[in-house]
Design a protein around this ligand. Sequence first.
Ligand code: GLU
Length: 293
Amino acid sequence: MSTSYIGRFAPSPTGPLHMGSLLAALASFLDARSQQGKWLIRIEDLDPPREQAGATDSILSSLEAHGLLHDDEICFQSQRHERYLEVLEQLLELDAIFPCQCSRQELAANRGIHNGRCHVGEVKLQSPGWAWRAAIRAINLQFEDGLKGIQEQALAEEVGDFVLLRKDGLFAYQLAVVVDDIDFNVSHIVRGEDLLSSTARQIYLYELLNCTAAKYFHLPLILNTQGQKLSKQNHAPAIQSSQASENIYHCLQLLGQNPKAELKGAPCKELIQWGIDNWNLENIPGKLPEPAS
Ligand code: GLU
């Protein structure tokens, strides 16, 4: 096994897997395995109020039923709070974060975007009622996405000083995702295009922490008949393990891999092996067809 490629799938346990999350899991798995890489699973259970009881078990058993077998121990973000705090302390030391109590209403005047330190005076990390934000310099952050090409985001204008520790005391996704990808030596991140707009923020954090960013690949999204991304919020149907072979075949087709017709109905193991042997990133379409309503 190559140690130079480490990929991961990082679902939030807010509901069962739907076809969109299976597509991301399969693409990241095939990309890793086709390069003799490792494939890790991380459960992003950072936000208990948004989680659904039983979702973690349901996600893990669906992945297994679809033949997506992971390496190493599963990482649970709920068990890594101390580490996130340690990194915030490091960022504080670098003077890269600041405390904030601005309300949504106050920020609404500036399209919800926060620009510039808003508080002078000592506040301790984790003081109740205080958020902590990354202080953003006015830079155009450029990176190359492995599927979408060169991307650029004017961080200060388009995103502003983003939150790393929330007012309610929860660690923000943007912080945890980068700390974990760094600590687990993740080298390649293959995920849905809905996260493309978060990538510049994440690369900014890598830079602050003096680490080399992973390579990013953003996949086209599966849309529902209303043209919305499949998500738990708009009640995307859960995938059924009893249909695992059909689901994998369908995802291989959506990913432009052209599975042979004879493979229809083959066991997942066989489909996945075919997927590894024939994996070609260049065949992934830029956009997926909208389903007929
Ligand atoms: N947990 C995030 C989600 O379910 C994915 C994070 C990532 O892949 O970076 O949307």
